[in-house]
Design a protein around this ligand. Structure first.
Ligand code: PMV
Length: 327
């Protein structure tokens, strides 16, 4: 008998890149989750198996020993898991060995927050297995620490949304605030399958901003206004306005050079198929796009994205953040 916990992936609806410079962003938890099952071991070792990545390894005195799969990949992917486990054990003064099995439904390295969803579910599952009191705030902190190991200086969006779920308004200096979104947000997420680097895309924006400060300033102001208008549109249950704002937000990101051909294909296909709005989500330069559509149009938008060469799935907002599934 073990404990199973899960945590959701995310999409950034508005404000990526601008958020790096202190502007607000809106992020949504979606109904694709990562699951972590943990069990106690007789010894003090940490064994990790990822079903979807087909990787198995364990740590012996802190050193990773690969059992199945690519060692480099295991080192990278298991590092935040090990970090999350170490932080929980340290915080609660426990010394135990664990078997961890990860099963994630979240596409990896696509800007959907898969590593944070895995780290949050591992953190909560280990806490529950050890029967310690672990408020969500602690899950968030530990997940954030684990994320720092992978991403250097992440904004904290991914651990926050994976932990708390729902919709969050995020701003660098003020942190995050839960948005009360009553309506359904029917989305199609389209994965271009093109690998991208968040760091590289952020650097691209920085260069452009430094080279053309006068041009960039109004673009950043427009991005802020988009988020403020979107907050109102959520209050008014106004899906059409949200779609329009997504289109404008994408145009701004395009202007900053972070779209690419693969994203443009999918975005145009989605709009032609009747999406209310479509934009890249996350860092851009590949990765994923999102399209907002009325329920009756979701399937045709999905098919159009598929025909255009993307890998689509329908996603909806979920209010369920990290949670214990079993145990
Ligand atoms: O790494 P992604 O694709 O989830 O996107 C990161 C969002 C950025 O605004 C581009 C960077 C950041 O740290 O907020």
């Amino acid at each position: 008998m073990g404990v199973v916990a899960s945590a959701p992936a995310k999409v950034i609806l508005f404000g990526e890149h601008f958020v790096v410079y202190g502007e607000p962003a809106i992020v949504l938890a979606i109904d694709k989750r990562a699951y972590a099952k943990v069990e106690l071991r007789q010894d003090k070792q940490l064994h990790i198996h990822s079903k979807n990545l087909n990787l198995t390894a364990h740590y012996e005195n802190g050193i990773l020993k690969i059992e199945h799969g690519n060692e480099k990949e295991a080192k990278l992917k298991f590092k935040p898991v090990k970090m999350a486990v170490d932080k929980v054990l340290e915080k609660y003064g426990k010394q135990v060995g664990l078997n961890i099995e990860i099963e994630s439904k979240v596409p990896v390295a696509a800007g959907l927050g898969s590593s944070a969803a895995v780290a949050a579910s591992v953190t909560a599952a280990v806490g529950a297995l050890l029967k310690v009191e672990m408020p969500k705030e602690n899950v968030f902190r530990i997940t954030y620490e684990a994320e720092k190991v992978v991403h250097g200086t992440p904004s904290g969006i991914d651990p926050a949304i994976s932990t708390f779920g729902g919709a969050l308004l995020f701003q660098k200096d003020t942190g995050f605030k839960s948005l009360d979104v009553k309506m359904e947000i029917p989305l199609v997420v389209g994965n271009t399958g093109v690998a991208r680097s968040t760091r590289f895309q952020v650097e691209k924006v920085r260069n452009l901003k430094e080279k053309y400060p006068q041009v960039a300033t109004p673009i950043f102001l427009a991005a802020r206004e988009i988020v403020l208008r979107a907050v109102d549109a959520f209050k008014d249950n106004d899906l059409e306005t949200l779609g329009e704002l997504m289109n404008i937000n994408h145009a701004l990101l395009y202007g900053l050079g972070v779209s690419d051909e693969s994203l443009e294909w999918l975005i145009n296909a989605a709009r032609k198929a009747g999406a209310l709005g479509a934009k890249l989500t996350g860092a851009g330069g590949g990765g994923c796009m999102i399209a907002l559509a009325r329920n009756e149009n979701l399937e045709s938008v999905l098919e159009a994205i598929q025909r255009a060469g993307g890998t689509p799935f329908i996603a909806r907002k979920t209010d369920e953040g990290v949670k214990i599934e079993q145990g």
